[in-house]
Design a protein around this ligand. Structure first.
Ligand code: SF4
Length: 466
């Protein structure tokens, strides 16, 4: 494990492809599919052609090759099914499991993969030697889950431009209007919503009327150290509140860290009341730009209410940690320097305090849909972005920080430079016609106006960009 600086050397030498997650964690998709972790099944992870692990990479498969879905597979059978056993077995034999290629590719490119940061994070919270020693020859382990990533269906109160009905119930009506109108074949393929999500036993209400799932999950509460909620929108999903209450009632909330990726649109008082009982709350607030640009991207949010929620969160107790999680794609890449300047001007006390996001904001890439990936920008526009970012690095040094600690922080200027390199790493501008068709049609459906919202990007809708 060459990049895991903090791990004991005896582990690093023996198990070069080890990751802690298959020993402590399971993740769900909003449709009830179980997956090894969210990175294993990320849209950017690609497909694996190996029949044994075929189809969508990172989704747990039952022995018939079909996805292990919580509508028909119980949580604990999934935990020790042949797919999971094989992942562990491969890791203990210094092999890279097909579900984990994304992490290893990232490491080869010099990035800190989820495998690395999660294993480093968990090594002081669980006993890695014990986990390995308790693993049977076939890769099965005791039924103890320490960390789950729950996507309880698709109920959401936004329909972000880069999202889809796979993740947001609000998207359904727009999809019904958009899909029949799509002319471009690649765009049509990308926007497929097979049988309205009902494939391989999947449904978006898998968590309703599923007493076996809830009883097995509740039985895990004594082991639980982290609960992570993302997608749909957990703050409007009743079962999320019920789970928090159950942790409190059973007396284990104070040992559990809650982690969220949330749009922060609805944050009722009862949420803050429940949070008081937990060890720590790490709230990643999904905000992608400022003002009307954010309203356009995270449609139909209202910037004034986002600002209010930020102020409220900025005045919460110390055990609540807040960061801005920005999903980087074509509609905000150019404006990220403006977003950071705005954020710094707010002088928040605890929104991305140093060193989180280097005191600025946090970013992750939107890989899907491909027509919004930053690699799609035409060359000329990429040059404009490069120039703006380079000027911004100087601005940051003059107006924010220019000390070594900041300049060396991996989430500061280094991260911005990495985003630019990612954008420039491939030319996907052949997808510009798809971008054009998508934006024009979505504007019509939503009564939005790309050109007046993003005036600096008007040229992307001109014929010379296509
Ligand atoms: S190696 Fe990466 S993809 Fe595999 S389980 Fe660990 S974090 Fe997930």
């Amino acid at each position: 494990m060459p990049y895991m600086k903090n791990l004991p050397s005896h582990l690093q030498e023996k198990y070069s492809t080890f990751c802690v997650l298959p020993w402590i964690h399971l993740s769900t998709r909003p449709n009830g599919h179980l997956r090894v972790c969210c990175t294993a099944n990320a849209s950017s992870a690609g497909k694996t052609n190996k029949k044994k692990f075929g189809g969508e990479v990172g989704i747990l498969k039952n022995d018939d090759g079909k996805p292990a879905n919580l509508n028909h597979t119980d949580l604990l059978s999934g935990w020790n099914n042949n797919y999971m056993k094989s992942v562990r077995h491969q890791m203990l034999n210094n092999e890279v499991p097909p579900s984990c290629v994304k992490c290893f590719k990232e490491e080869l490119a010099g990035h800190r993969s989820k495998r690395i940061w999660e294993t480093e994070y968990w090594q002081s919270r669980v006993n890695l030697d014990e986990l390995i020693a308790d693993t049977k020859e076939d890769g099965s382990v005791p039924p103890k889950l320490y960390y789950v990533d729950l996507r309880l269906g698709t109920k959401c109160n936004l329909k972000c431009i880069m999202c889809s009905p796979h993740d947001s119930s609000m998207w359904v009506s727009d999809w019904k209007k958009l899909y029949p109108e799509i002319e471009s074949a690649p765009l049509k393929k990308l926007m497929v919503w097979d049988n309205h999500g009902k494939v391989d036993g999947a449904t978006y209400n898998w968590h309703k009327d599923n007493p076996q799932f809830w009883s097995q999950l509740y039985d895990q509460i004594p082991h639980m150290k982290q609960l992570y909620f993302a997608g749909g929108e957990s703050t409007i999903i009743e079962e999320h509140y019920e789970l928090l209450q159950e942790c409190i009632d059973r007396g284990y909330a104070s040992q559990i860290v809650l982690r969220y990726n949330s749009n922060g649109i609805e944050m009722p008082d009862r949420l803050y009341d429940l949070w008081q009982h937990f060890k720590r709350v790490r709230f990643h607030f999904s905000i992608d730009s400022i003002g009307s640009m954010n309203d356009y991207i995270r449609h139909p949010s209202a910037w004034s209410s986002i600002e209010k929620q930020l102020r409220k969160l900025d005045n919460t107790d110390d055990h609540i940690e807040v960061t801005i999680a920005c999903a980087v794609q074509m509609l905000n890449m150019f404006y990220i320097p403006d977003f950071i300047k705005w954020k710094l001007k707010q002088n928040y006390k605890k929104i991305n305090p140093w060193p989180l996001g280097a005191g600025m904001i946090n970013y992750h890439f939107v890989y899907h849909p491909a027509h919004l990936n930053v690699k799609v920008f035409p060359e000329n526009f990429k040059k404009k972005i490069v120039k703006k970012y380079e000027e911004f690095y100087d601005w940051l040094k003059e107006n924010f920080r220019d000390d070594e600690e900041f300049l060396e922080n991996t989430y500061g200027i280094k991260r911005l430079k990495g985003m630019v390199s990612f954008m420039n790493s491939e030319d996907w501008s052949n997808r510009m016609p798809e971008f054009y068709e998508y934006i024009v049609k979505m504007d019509k459906i939503r009564n939005t106006d790309f050109k007046s919202t993003f005036p600096e990007m008007i040229e992307l809708l001109e014929p010379q960009s296509l």
